[in-house]
Design a protein around this ligand. Structure first.
Ligand SMILES: CC(C)(COP(=O)(O)OP(=O)(O)OC[C@H]1O[C@@H](n2cnc3c(N)ncnc32)[C@H](O)[C@@H]1OP(=O)(O)O)[C@@H](O)C(=O)NCCC(=O)NCCS
Length: 287
């Protein structure tokens, strides 16, 4: 048994003193689902979950659908030698991701929390963007009529949604097949806008806690060929109306600080920035 295998036997993520600092509110897989997967990498006292974009826990090395990978979880047993232990786990992760065709590794952190800025920089990450959360209290929204046909998602829309998501989002935010299917399976509300038979916009909201009155909109995307025609607005208005009827009071969502189009749209509909912004980090993986 190699040292690495011995660690794998002995160290469970849940025996580590978790320092979960990758924002859970952005994701819909539980850490336990990754623990036994090939995408969980450990030292004797640290672990990282590092996943090529779009991969699921059961996916093999060939699953990468992009040149990006995400670190979704950092954990360490105690504060001792954190750089050494994380570097060990990270090196394994990087080798595996590189072998799957990943060239850039991404992660998120919250400014005042672990892993610190200094630690991430020591591990080779650079801060590239800021992610903000906005929120809104729904107070008796009206159902406003728009020229667009907004309807609920149906299972046979899945392939169109995947294609639309790929067209609408840039790396590393676009979803892969596994992520999209999982998201749709756990969504509280998914709406699409259809033009003739083509899906040109979608919105997906999930409930991330036991609080049935709070919902997070995790996806909003409009086909680049159909933007600035009110489709994003139509999706959000219909979602607010439907969610309010289901008893939802708070709706939140995220966007990049530099995504002026989305921010303008959200501000026009009354969303306000909340919560400490998260930092987005990137590390190029050399061939
Ligand atoms: C953000 C996005 C969903 C907007 O969809 P859309 O259908 O173009 O939005 P709307 O036509 O309803 O725009 C409503 C208002 O938002 C603002 N807006 C939208 N796009 C804008 C842009 N490119 N530049 C400036 N303002 C913009 C405007 O105020 C606009 O009103 P106006 O056209 O009367 O000036 C779309 O650009 C998109 O899919 N972007 C990529 C994915 C993304 O960023 N998703 C959201 C963040 S997670």
């Amino acid at each position: 048994m190699s040292v690495q295998e011995a660690f794998r036997e002995r160290i469970s993520l849940f025996h580590l003193e978790h320092q979960r600092r990758v924002a859970d509110w952005l994701y819909w897989w539980a850490p336990a689902e990754w623990e036994k997967s090939r995408w969980c990498f450990r030292s004797s006292a640290a672990a990282v979950i590092a996943i090529p974009t779009g991969c699921a826990p059961e996916d093999g090395a060939e699953c990468a659908n992009d040149e990006s990978g995400w670190i979704r979880w950092w954990a360490i047993a105690d504060g001792k030698s954190e750089t050494k232990h994380l570097r060990f786990a990270l090196t394994q992760a990087e080798e595996a991701l590189r072998a799957s065709g990943v060239h850039r590794l991404w992660t998120l952190s919250l400014p005042a929390e672990w892993p610190s800025r200094a630690l991430l920089e020591t591990l080779g990450f650079s801060r590239v963007e800021t992610l903000i959360t906005l929120r809104k209290t729904l107070i008796a929204p009206q159902r406003l009529l728009t020229p667009w046909r907004v309807r609920e998602f149906q299972a046979d829309d899945t392939a169109s949604l995947l294609s639309l998501d790929t067209r609408a989002f840039a790396e590393p935010w676009r979803l892969g097949n596994a992520d999209l299917r999982r998201l749709l399976a756990c969504s509280r509300l998914t709406l699409v806008v259809e033009v003739e038979t083509e899906v040109v916009g979608y919105l997906c909201a999930i409930q991330q806690s036991d609080d049935a009155e709070s919902v997070h909109i995790v996806r909003l995307a409009v086909d680049p060929a159909y933007r600035r025609r009110g489709i994003g607005t139509a999706l959000l208005l219909e979602a607010q109306w439907q969610l309010a009827r289901q008893g939802v009071r708070i709706v939140s969502l995220n966007t990049m600080e530099g995504n002026y189009a989305a921010r303008k749209l959200y501000a026009a509909l009354g969303f306000k920035a909340t919560r400490t912004p998260a930092w987005v980090w990137q590390k190029p993986l050399m061939p």
